[in-house]
Design a binder for this molecule. Structure first.
Ligand code: LLP
Length: 420
């Protein structure tokens, strides 16, 4: 069984929608990322339906997967974008997401980025600090334009997720502490060329429970009430992203339940809701397909050595993340226990220890599941390994949506000064 419904087994062979994974591998070579267009669309429509009773703009968190084919798919469905850099603004615009559906949430935005965003006329700046707000005000004044802003509020709520992806505790670097929020908004209202329009919150990623969202939104609702009393016109509440996905056996609340929490806590405020999902749109819409290089028998363990490495998927080594590892062809049902590792020269290049996988041999294809989000975007060329290509499948068609670079392209990107 696969937890990713768009990567089914048909006669013991894994498919991406209606294309055999082995057919793609033959043409593209391994490793590669493989995305299901239908899964992405269905996930997005799930959000649309869940939030259909609320005035909502879904702003896909571009950081999860910024491939132009992914962004174009979502743009056509009406998605906006949550971006964190000028690069992501450019990607969103290039894919056809209009500027008035872009919210900019960068943690330390620099002057040139702010200027670019203002010139494009984005919908909202999610401002991380008072000094950043002053900078935005100065630049907007110089450009003779107005910046619509929300402060990102740190509600001091524990998200019960991995420490490296928790953002809403007082100790985290993100946002303005809720205790200082009223003062910050007072300052904002006094600054030139700033239009105070919203409140923003994002408490972390891969949340598997609704309670932390509920607590954060409760605090935000009180804040919005206080701000209205203070004379601010708050018309937008950005509730962030963070709804988790099933990597192994996590039971995730449905999008409907998540939307119901937002409605229950924030509905009475009659604000436009922005939601910024990333992982829950893309995570289970993508996999990495890799080949077994060889099986190595160590003194204590059998190592299943793949041609994909930590440079293609950093999540296991960075967050101790679990990803299912499945044979693409399960005709041989015998199982073995392996340490599944990559080819990078680091012990951390381990996808899984003591994992039961179908007995494999050199050349077999292996799928690493749930890699559509925070896979390709976090890849590197460490060990001068080429970035793996990305493939998108829709029904019985597939296309390479980012090609594997050539060694020449990579080496020629460097230059040697004459004085060396
Ligand atoms: N909005 C903001 C302001 C964010 O910082 C993030 C993610 C999102 C939305 C989207 O969150 P999502 O719906 O994807 O949970 N690389 C890590 C995840 C980092 C998430 C960073 N912020 C991982 O691989 O688990």
């Amino acid at each position: 069984m696969t937890i990713q419904t768009h990567f089914p087994y048909i006669s013991s062979k894994m498919f991406a929608e209606n294309v055999a994974i082995s057919d793609i591998a033959k043409q593209v070579g391994t490793p590669f990322y493989c995305y299901s267009n239908t899964a992405i669309s269905q996930n997005f429509k799930g959000y649309q339906q869940a939030f259909s009773e609320q005035d909502t703009l879904i702003c896909y968190a571009v950081k999860a997967n910024s491939n132009q084919a992914v962004l174009s798919t979502l743009a056509k469905l009406g998605s906006g974008a949550d971006v964190v850099s000028e690069g992501e603004i450019r990607r969103a615009l290039a894919a056809g997401i209009p500027a008035d559906k872009i919210v900019y949430s960068g943690v330390a935005k620099v002057e040139s980025e702010i200027e670019y965003a203002l010139n494009q006329g984005i919908f909202q700046f999610n401002v991380e600090s008072e000094p950043e707000l002053e900078l935005i005000s100065q630049i907007a004044t110089r450009l003779n334009t107005t910046a619509a802003i929300a402060f990102r509020i740190n509600p001091d709520v524990c998200a019960n997720t991995h420490a490296k992806i928790s953002t809403g505790k007082a100790e985290n670097k993100f946002g303005v502490p809720i205790s200082k929020a009223r003062l910050a908004y007072k300052q904002a209202a006094s600054l030139p060329n700033i239009k105070v329009q919203g409140v923003d919150v994002h408490i972390g990623s891969q949340l598997t429970q609704l309670a932390p969202f509920e607590e954060a939104y409760k605090r935000i609702a009180q804040l919005v009430t206080d701000l209205t009393e203070d004379g601010h016109e708050i018309s937008v509440i950005d509730i962030g992203g963070g709804l988790g996905i099933t990597y192994s056996d996590e039971v995730i609340p449905s999008k409907k339940e998540y939307a119901a929490v937002a409605k229950a806590q924030l509905g009475h405020l009659a604000c436009k809701i922005i939601v910024e999902p990333g992982r829950s749109l893309l995570g289970n819409a993508g996999i990495i397909v890799s080949s077994v290089v060889l099986i190595k028998t160590g003194e204590e363990r059998q190592f299943l050595m793949l041609d994909a490495g930590m440079n293609d998927l950093i999540r296991p080594s960075m967050y101790d993340a679990h990803h299912e590892i499945l044979a693409v062809d399960t005709t041989n049902t015998a199982q073995k226990i392996y340490d599944v590792v990559g080819p990078v020269c680091e012990t951390g290049d381990t996808f899984s220890k003591s994992r039961q996988v179908n007995e494999s041999k050199s050349g077999d294809l292996i799928a690493i599941m749930s890699c559509g989000a925070y896979g390709a975007v976090m890849a590197s060329t460490y060990n001068t390994r080429m970035l793996a290509p990305e493939v998108m499948v829709k029904d019985n068609e597939f296309a390479i949506v980012r090609a594997r670079p050539t060694y020449e392209e990579v080496i020629n990107a460097d230059s040697v000064p004459s004085w060396v």
